[in-house]
Design a protein around this ligand. Structure first.
Ligand SMILES: O=C(O)CCC(=O)C(=O)O
Ligand SMILES: [Fe+2]
Length: 417
């Protein structure tokens, strides 16, 4: 189907903000989304030669003709960093090297296309699913009597058909007929109240099996305990160390980001500095991030194909500018990132498995959303049939099966203080 036809099948409402309008477009199921409208590093035209600062200028042209300027910085040091483990060094993919992309119009955003080697992606999937358990709080905790060792461990032990009891005063069968509902869903709602799911079907007072409940898992806290209802950290509950791989990857990425070049961009982007550049005051901390960035809290988001995360700004951290590190695993998705109000038209970015993204400085206070998980985009190296064993797991098959059903896992880590 031609792009023109697809575009005409969608009639945008006239009274929405630019951001809401974009969310509606990407969420719409009336026709397949036009992926040529999403920023894709593979489609950027790069200059032949780098500038004096070692940056390469690129231009991405969207399917509707819109042009976005971006800069590419090679990451020569990455293999020797805190992440310098064999997993990190042993890049097992076809690509020319590690690089970061900076898009001047989104201040403080640093994009690392396919930065995670395939084997590391698998190990992170293993870690996120096995750590979605006490003492980390999960989205299911308020509603079910969860097994102490966690649902995933029960599943791996062959107890997938075991019943899990609903807690009293739970959802009371708020949605009982299996039809998608717009009623608020406590199990699925994100911290920002923006998580929606058409797949989450509540079955009244009946028990749920371990296997089915895993498909309803929407998030798990890591690090400092965050209360999604009050939107406050509960420091009195003590600090739970981040799972080791999540900690190493996010810490390594934040420390190794090309901060000098990101900072340097504000001097030579020209034009509308107020939109294009990060104010010096907001980015000045990068020098300390290089040696001292310590992630201590975060969320792991578990999306299924029909899930989305509505536009929001993450406001709860004491340190309002230090890097928020996001890792994508599983199915590809569309990430929207805009400005400090919803009137700023967002840039849609295609996020693939293995991509990393940092929001920092002024970019910590911009609207963003995840309106779409893309069907049919799971990479072959994550399929259930591909591997017998993976570091940290006896067999890859259950993980691959979970992903094949439509999952995208997002690790979203930050430094609270
Ligand atoms: O899933 C994503 O990529 C974004 C998640 C996010 O923005 C959040 O958890 O606050
Ligand atoms: Fe967020």
């Amino acid at each position: 189907m031609s792009r023109k036809k697809r575009a005409s099948a969608y009639t945008p409402p006239t009274n929405l903000s630019a951001f809401r309008d974009a969310e509606r477009y990407w969420k719409s199921r009336t026709s397949p989304p036009d992926l040529s409208l999403a920023f894709d590093p593979a489609q950027v035209r790069w200059d032949a030669e780098a500038n004096a600062d070692g940056r390469l200028r690129g231009v991405w042209t969207a399917g509707d003709g819109h042009e976005e300027v971006c800069w590419r910085v090679e990451l020569h040091e990455l293999a020797e960093t805190a992440m310098g483990q064999s997993r990190w060094k042993g890049k097992d993919r076809e690509q020319e090297g590690d690089y970061a992309i900076v898009i001047p119009r989104i201040p403080g955003l640093v994009f690392f296309p396919r930065i995670l080697p395939e084997s590391l992606q698998r190990s992170l999937v293993v870690e996120t699913l096995t750590h979605a358990r006490s003492p980390n709080l999960t989205s299911l905790e308020p509603h079910y009597h969860l097994p102490a060792e966690g649902l995933w461990t029960r599943l791996l032990a062959g107890n997938g058909e075991e019943a899990v009891r609903r807690k009293n005063g739970g959802l009371n069968g708020a949605i009982s007929d299996g039809i998608a509902s717009t009623a608020p869903c406590l199990e699925c709602s994100s911290p920002q109240g923006g998580r929606e799911s058409k797949q989450a079907v509540h079955i009244g007072e009946r028990d749920v099996t371990v296997r089915d409940l895993i498909m309803k898992l929407r998030w798990s806290n890591v690090g400092w305990h965050y209360n999604w209802t009050t939107k406050l950290y509960e420091f009195e509950r003590g600090h739970v160390p981040l799972p080791p791989l999540i900690y190493q990857c996010c810490r390594g990425l934040a420390r190794q980001a090309p901060w000098r070049q990101v900072d340097g961009l504000k001097k030579d982007v020209g034009g509308d500095q107020s939109r294009a550049a990060t104010p010096a005051g907001q980015m000045r901390d990068w020098r300390s991030w290089k040696d001292a960035y310590e992630p201590d809290a975060g969320i792991v988001n578990f999306y299924q194909l029909k899930d989305s995360l509505t536009s929001h700004i993450d406001l709860s951290e004491v340190d309002a500018v230090s890097p928020l590190v996001s890792l994508s695993l599983g199915h590809s998705s569309i990430f929207l990132v805009g400005g400090t109000t919803r009137d700023v038209p967002p840039l849609p970015i295609l996020l693939r498995s293995g991509d990393g993204l940092i929001m920092s400085g002024e970019g910590r206070r911009v609207y963003h959303a995840l309106p779409r998980v893309l069907d049919g985009t799971l990479p072959g190296y994550l399929l259930a049939s591909q591997f017998d064993a993976v570091e940290g797991a006896e067999s890859w098959a259950p993980y691959g099966e979970y992903l094949e059903r439509g999952a995208r896992i997002n690790v979203n880590v930050r430094s609270v203080f």
